[in-house]
Design a protein around this ligand. Structure first.
Ligand code: CS2
Length: 453
């Protein structure tokens, strides 16, 4: 196996999704082994390395299946930056992919590079020793140009609309500050495909480790689990000679936008809604929340009546896509924790719900129901802040501070890293959210779940 892909962020999602496709590709073409890079957290790469890259993928669904994957052949943890840099200069490396979550791209509320982000400040001051993915791509491209090598292809696999375009714009803005001629080179030489990635992947826990050990007899420190459904759409702009993605079921599409928007707004929008409402009600997993008829009825109405109109016209059959997603949420075989989905709300809400709300306002449609999950996020932040409980979010310190105040709802709605000016200044939207917050505070989290006449 050679190394053709360098991947930043080899967490559970990458190992359950991209690596499973690559594992299949490797059977026919050994060029595409993945180098796993996690320069901040030692755990996963050290364990993967100790297992020689072999780990278990448990597919938990109507049928259970265990696959042993081995798609990674190099492993880089903290302190190994120099070796990563050398690898990015290897002509065999053609793809640099990333799953570093929404916050890993250091974007401001409007989706462009945040020059006030500590990682970007760091990288601009020390561009040869980067910590952000943007800084790493810059350094990799700089070395490639100097060596007279062609550009690699950055492949962003995180849940953001126009993820490739956003990464490209962020990198160009960064390069412009350090070396405008390199920015021109990147513009001319590199493509940044948009991608849509989808497979429900709960975080790995000791229960999964114990199950893998019991069922297949492998003491695997880093197994992953996911549902049977898996889907990957990549914008059809790939240069010649990359892996034969289509041979393993990846869709190459001219326009990924319709897929991205539908998936983010329906699946992820519903997921975040279930998470905040479900946690306030006292549920633990997505399947538990879906078994609550009032809550799942609300979420289905939200999708079918409020979210789908924001996606039309669409080349996709959105109503049946929605039905399929609701079925996936009911999968009792995976314990997908609502708390995991609730993480990083400040980063997720814009793509998942606020874009839909902004579209609804522009088109003059009601936002009454769409305001409910936003109110639930506010009450969730407030509940965590007042209990002194952890808020997992890059804005955590700010959320904790604002969340304890009397005017928390108003102040959260004023956070410009979360709410675009268009919504923050929109009294119809604000009133819908504040009225839902007030009702849920008085009558409890189910106050706004009843069907709207
Ligand atoms: C989830 C996603 O954790 C979350 O926020 O909504 O990880 C979701 O499971 C995936 O996007 C499904 O493809």
């Amino acid at each position: 196996m050679q190394t053709g892909i360098v991947h930043f962020g080899p967490g559970a999602f990458h190992r359950a999704h991209q690596a499973a496709y690559i594992d299949s590709i490797l059977a026919a073409d050994p060029r595409w082994g993945i180098a796993a890079v996690a320069l901040r957290s030692p755990g996963t790469v050290a364990a993967l390395k100790a297992q020689d890259g072999r780990y278990t993928l448990a597919i938990l669904d109507a049928e259970t299946q265990f696959r042993t994957l081995r798609a990674h052949n190099r492993f880089f943890g903290p302190g190994e930056s120099r070796a990563v840099r050398a690898l990015l200069r290897d002509p065999g490396v053609r793809i640099v992919s990333s799953t570093v979550t929404e916050k890993g791209y250091c974007l401001a509320g409007d989706g462009i590079l945040d020059f006030a982000h500590p990682d970007i400040i760091h990288d601009l001051a020390a561009p040869e020793d980067p910590v952000s993915i943007v800084g790493w791509l810059f350094l990799g491209f700089k070395d490639r140009r100097e060596a007279g090598l062609p550009a690699f292809t950055p492949l962003c696999c995180d849940n953001m609309v126009s993820n490739g375009k956003k990464l490209r714009a962020a990198l160009l803005a960064y390069a412009e500050r350090l070396d405008p001629s390199l920015a021109r080179w990147i513009e001319a030489e590199a493509v940044f495909p948009d991608t849509m990635v989808d497979s429900i992947t709960p975080a790995t826990d000791d229960r999964l480790r114990a199950r893998v050990a019991a069922e297949i007899g492998y003491e695997d420190a880093v197994p992953v689990s996911r549902e049977a459904y898996t889907f990957w759409v990549i914008e059809d702009v790939l240069p010649e000679g990359l892996p034969d993605f289509e041979s393993v079921g990846v869709v190459l599409a001219e326009d990924v936008g319709a897929w991205e928007r539908a998936k983010l707004r329906i699946l992820n929008g519903a997921h975040s809604s279930l998470a905040y409402l479900g946690l306030l009600i006292g549920h633990e997993t997505v399947a538990d929340a879906m078994a609550d008829a009032e809550l799942s009825g609300f979420v289905e109405a939200l999708i079918r009546t409020d979210i789908i109109p924001s996606l039309e016209p669409s080349p996709l059959d959105l109503q049946s896509y929605a039905g399929e997603i609701l079925g996936r949420f009911r999968n009792p075989a995976i314990g997908h924790k609502l708390a995991q989905i609730a993480w990083d709300g400040s980063q997720k809400l814009p793509y998942r719900l606020l874009d839909t709300i902004a579209d609804a306002r522009r088109a003059g449609r009601s936002v009454e129901r769409l305001a409910v999950p936003i109110a639930a996020w506010i009450l969730f932040v407030q509940r965590q802040a007042r209990a002194g409980a952890a808020i997992v979010d890059p804005l955590a310190p700010r959320l904790a501070e604002v969340g304890v105040g009397e005017d928390a709802a108003e102040r959260l709605l004023a956070l410009d890293q979360v709410f675009p000016a268009e919504l923050a200044g929109d009294s119809t939207f604000r009133e819908a959210v504040l009225s839902a917050v007030a009702a849920m505070r008085q009558e409890g989290p189910r106050a706004r779940l009843a069907p709207i006449a």
